[in-house]
Ligand binder design. Structure first.
Ligand code: ZN
Ligand code: ZN
Length: 193
């Protein structure tokens, strides 16, 4: 599927039927999984590890197929919502998670901190004046180092607020998480735009 596609069911009765079908499919998947698991351990008990691994692979494939299906939102895990197919992610999301995604994509596109500035910021945050990231660890105290560096760089409070909002969405709830979780996301988005 290449195009965005939204499937919305408004009638509560039909919603119930849809959710019921999704539940049945999930139960059916779990059933197949447990019988595959049993088979796999039988094989490994017999010492047939090749067969056992083959079956393990089938189980992972089954999990993946389910996760990518319209039955479940890969982001929040709910299986009782209207769904939308997002072509650039090649997967289904629930309409709520998708609205969130669109909101943060817009926030990212309109963020008035240049990529060049972001690069400088990440460098400084990783270094001695920031969290001092080394093999032995890092020092971290909320957004303290980020705030100090962004202030020094002359980034306004308003822009900083938007920046932290995005950081949280990317899993960066403190200075070190900004480096570990948010930085790759900022750079990856940078790649797409
Ligand atoms: Zn969702
Ligand atoms: Zn931290």
């Amino acid at each position: 599927m290449k195009k965005e596609r939204t499937i919305i069911i408004r009638d509560p009765k039909l919603q119930k039927i849809r959710n019921g079908l999704r539940t049945i499919l999930n139960l059916w998947k779990s059933d197949i999984k447990s019988s595959l698991r049993a088979k796999s351990s039988e094989f490994s008990e017999e010492g047939n590890f090749i067969k056992s691994r083959e079956i393990q692979k089938k189980i992972s494939e089954l999990n993946l197929q389910y996760q990518l299906s319209i039955c479940v939102c890969l982001h929040c895990g709910h299986s009782d919502k209207d769904m939308i197919f997002v072509p650039e992610m090649r997967q289904w999301l629930c309409v709520d998670c998708n609205s969130e995604r669109v909101y943060f994509n817009n926030l990212r596109s309109n963020l008035k901190i240049s990529n060049w500035q972001l690069g400088e910021f990440f460098e400084r945050l990783m270094g001695e004046e920031g969290i001092g990231l080394t093999r032995s660890g890092a020092k971290c105290n909320g957004y303290a180092a980020s705030e100090r560096i962004l202030n020094e760089m002359g980034v306004s409070k308003e822009k900083q607020e938007q920046f932290y909002e995005l950081c949280e969405y990317y899993g960066g709830y403190c200075d070190c998480e900004i480096i570990f979780n948010a930085k790759p996301r900022f750079l990856e988005e940078d790649f797409n735009y």
